[in-house]
Every structure is written in C-alpha cells, then in structure tokens.
Design a protein around this ligand. Structure first.
Ligand code: GTP
Ligand code: MG
Length: 292
C-alpha cells in the first residue's frame, strides 16, 4: 500500500484549494476569485484501495506586506520540507516571474520529488499549455507534468495515478474515513470568511478575520455566534451595509454553506467588530488562529 504527504504550492489564485477539493471529492478548503484566500495550512485525506494521500493546501506564495502575509508565506514554505511530494500548481498563461523565482528558491536545497501541475486547462489550448510547461521546465527540475482542470475534473484521475506512482509504500496516517484535520468549528468560520471574500470588494475582505465565539450542536439545530473582525473603523460600515443588508447577505450565504457541511439546520448570528490593524499585531494573529 502507498501513502504519503503531498503539498500543493504556488502563487495565489491558481486554484490550489479548488484542485484539492476536487481531488478528495469534498469541499473542505474555501475558494474565491480573490488572491490570498487560504491563510492556513489545511490537511485533507484521501483513502482508496491504492493507499492514502494526505494533501496539504497552502496559502499562495506572494511578497508579504503584513505580519499575516509573512505568516502565510512561512506556513506554505514550511510544508515543503515535511512532504513526500510537491505539486507546484500554476496556470497556463503564467510567466516565470518574481513569485515563481521565490518558489524556486525555496525548492533549491530540497531533494523532494516535484511535479508541475498546470491547472485551469479549460481556459487554454494545448499550445499555451505546452509553452507554459517549457517555461517552467527551463527553470526547475520536475519529475513530471500534468495539465488539469479543477473546474471540470479533466486530467484529475490521471494526476491521482501520477501521485500514487510517486509515493512510497507506507502505513495509513489517518483513519480510513478521515477527511480533514480541521474541526467543524474551524470549517464554519472559514465558510463565513468565504462569503465575506465573495461579497465584499477591494481591500475590505483581506482585512477580515472570523472569530467563532460559540458553536453549540443541538439535537436538530446548531447555534453559531461569530464576529467578523475588520481592521479599520471605516470598514465596519461597509461590512454591515445599508440597513444591515451586506451583513445579512454574508450571513445567509454562510448559513446555507454551513448547513450543507453539517447536514443540520443552523442558527447563525453574525456581528462586526474592529481590531485596528490586526494583520500586523502578533497577539491578535494568535487569537485568530494564525500562530507560529
Ligand atoms: N476556469 C477555471 N477556474 C478555476 C479552476 N480552478 C480554480 N479556478 C478558479 O480560480 C479561482 C481561485 O481558486 P482558489 O482555489 O481559491 O485558488 P488558490 O490557489 O487556492 O488561491 P489562494 O488560496 O488565494 O492562494 C476561483 O475563482 C476558482 O473558481 C479551473 O480549473 N478552471
Ligand atoms: Mg487557496
């Protein structure tokens, strides 16, 4: 039986989280069209007759401008030395630019097998994909390459085969039916943040953290109370919206997603608070689960 740890690394927004969800067949990591959606390392587990794969979804590699950003990049980077296989996820049109040089420098001293995965194959023709592969192959040694679409599933079965063929023989690291290391409470908090990312615009959602203050699972209803924490007083009004409309929209969207996850009716109470410049405050970062 094969088993091992596999990290998904790459610049923000290339579809690492969407791809991981697709590969395990369940939505665990939140996704959005905004860069820097993922902030923490998220472990998920896939088990079948071939063995077990533990995936690590990571924050996108970027040039950090806040302590939160430094934490995110550090978190992604640290997974590289813990795994049996590295999947470097990219998009067909991606140049080999500054962020790519940054990732290549992290790989420098490591002997870990690595695979180039060009995601979003649904958005480009074969020539564009081949040109992308050549650009990356010219800069970094990869064991193999695969074009996939996390959106349509194209190439994903083949990618799973590639992954198994790279992994060593090994034990089950998790129970056979395990899916993730995240608690339901953590997942619920992320689903709230996902709605904030999708509904709010510009820099507001990047400055939002979610604090789940209570999470009570009852017989036929789960009751959750959570705060959307913003970094500026001026953002608070934007998050609430006219007559509370924006907050209501975030709440309704999040409740529906949480009900799907928990398979249980949910009473979600959201409120908004301000913690000035929390993204640069190490004590607050720890509070919100972004700890070293
Ligand atoms: N067309 C297309 N869009 C995709 C595909 N995979 C992901 N996306 C979209 O790309 C955007 C980013 O997806 P994410 O999964 O959040 O990207 P990420 O790499 O995890 O981003 P960060 O967490 O910010 O680093 C979302 O709008 C996805 O719907 C794909 O295969 N095809
Ligand atoms: Mg992500």
């Amino acid at each position: 039986m094969k088993s091992g740890f596999v990290t998904l690394i790459g610049r923000p927004n290339v579809g690492k989280s969407t791809l991981m969800n697709r590969l395990i067949g369940t939505k665990i990591a939140i996704t959005s069209h905004k860069a820097q959606t993922t902030r923490n390392r998220i472990e998920t587990v896939y088990t079948d007759e071939r063995g077990q794969i533990v995936f690590l979804d990571t924050p996108g590699i970027h040039r950090a401008r806040t302590r939160l950003g430094e934490y995110m990049v550090g978190t992604a980077r640290s997974t590289l030395s813990e795994v049996d296989l590295i999947l470097w996820i990219t998009e067909p049109g991606d140049p080999f630019g500054e962020k790519e040089e940054q990732i290549a420098s992290y790989l420098g001293g490591l002997k870990t097998p690595r695979m180039l995965v060009i995601n979003k194959s649904d958005t480009a023709g074969e020539e564009t994909i081949a040109a992308c592969r050549d650009r990356f192959y010219g800069k970094v040694d990869f064991q193999s390459f695969r074009a996939v679409s996390a959106l349509t599933g194209a190439g994903c079965e083949e990618l799973m085969e590639d992954i198994y063929s790279c992994l060593p023989e090994g034990p089950l690291y998790y129970e056979e039916d395990a899916i993730t290391d995240q608690t339901l409470r953590e997942l619920a908090g992320e689903l709230i943040r996902e709605q904030a990312l999708r509904i709010l615009s510009q820099e507001v959602p990047h400055g939002i953290a979610v604090e789940v203050e209570s999470f009570e699972e009852g017989e036929d209803m789960t009751r959750i109370q959570a705060a959307l924490v913003c970094e500026k007083e001026s953002h608070k009004g934007i998050v609430i919206g006219k007559g509370g409309a924006t907050l209501k929209k975030i709440g309704t969207g999040a409740r529906l997603e949480i009900e799907k996850l928990l398979e249980c009716k949910t009473d979600l109470r959201l409120f908004v608070k301000v913690r000035k410049d929390w993204r640069n405050d190490s004590r607050q970062l720890k509070n919100f689960g972004y700890r070293k």
